[in-house]
Write a protein that binds this ligand. Structure first.
Ligand code: ATP
Length: 230
């Protein structure tokens, strides 16, 4: 599902002409199979979110190659990434990233609007997905009128609405209490088992890492040796 080869990334800080290179990820090699749940762990600042942002196309690698769903996306332009994301990737974030001025249903519908799906089909899909995430009756609520767990379910519904084979999650349980976290983790397990969706989850949380088939530990921008458990 994902092949990362010799991937490196640096940030550049300081004024133009006097820029300093800060290497963040160094020669990352990684192969993630379809249907796996992978957790990425490591100290704060080790490069976890940077790796996820490279896999999402929000950052362009300085060096290396990235293949997702048999597609070499390394040299993709922003427009190509936007299209690729709409068809292949779902995202879940700690802060949910819902649009506050839109209702739950409008938030979930948005990827379909961007794909140009006709309204009648959109409404049908939104209805189905609200049932799937057990949020019937909350369609017209705004994000501020929902609990953290409900907002996270809306964001999962938005991720699922385009049937992506891969979901990338950055600290998905970071804002949830332990009971809601457990619910989310069993839902992720269910989606993985029943629908074969691949998950890559960046986390600090041992509970999250415990549902993963493999845990990848980043240490100062490198995958630490011997820490890749199967
Ligand atoms: N836009 C940027 N410009 C310069 N440095 C950056 C930028 N974004 C991140 N960094 C630096 O890159 C390093 C890795 O950041 P990253 O967010 O990937 O770490 P992380 O492992 O996800 O950390 P955390 O667990 O705290 O979220 C950090 O030292 C951070 O300061």
């Amino acid at each position: 599902m994902i092949k990362v080869e010799q991937l490196s990334h640096s940030f550049y800080i300081g004024k133009k002409g006097k820029q300093k290179e800060i290497p963040i990820l160094k020669d990352i090699n990684l192969s993630i199979k379809s249907g796996e749940i992978i957790s990425i762990v490591g100290k704060s600042g080790s490069g976890k979110s940077t790796l996820l942002n490279l896999m999402s196309g929000y950052l362009k690698p300085v060096k290396g190659r990235l293949v997702i769903a048999d597609t070499d996306v390394t040299e993709y332009s922003e427009a190509e990434w936007a299209d690729f994301r709409l068809n292949h990737l779902g995202f879940i974030f700690q802060s949910f990233q819902l649009i506050p001025s839109m209702t739950a249903a409008q938030n979930v519908e948005l990827p379909l609007v961007m794909k140009g799906i006709p309204e009648k089909v959109r409404k049908q899909k939104v209805e189905e997905i609200f049932e799937r995430v057990s949020l019937q009756g909350y369609e017209e609520h705004y994000p501020s009128e929902l609990s953290g767990g409900q907002q996270q379910r809306v964001s999962i519904a938005r991720a699922l609405i385009v049937n992506p084979p891969l979901i990338l999650a950055d600290e998905p349980t970071g804002s949830l209490d332990s009971e809601t976290e457990e619910e989310l983790l069993s839902f992720i397990k269910k989606l993985n088992k029943e629908e074969g969706i691949t998950f890559v989850i960046v986390t600090h949380d041992d509970e999250v890492a415990s549902i993963a088939d493999r845990t990848i530990r980043l240490d100062d921008g490198r995958i630490s040796k011997g820490a890749v458990a199967v």
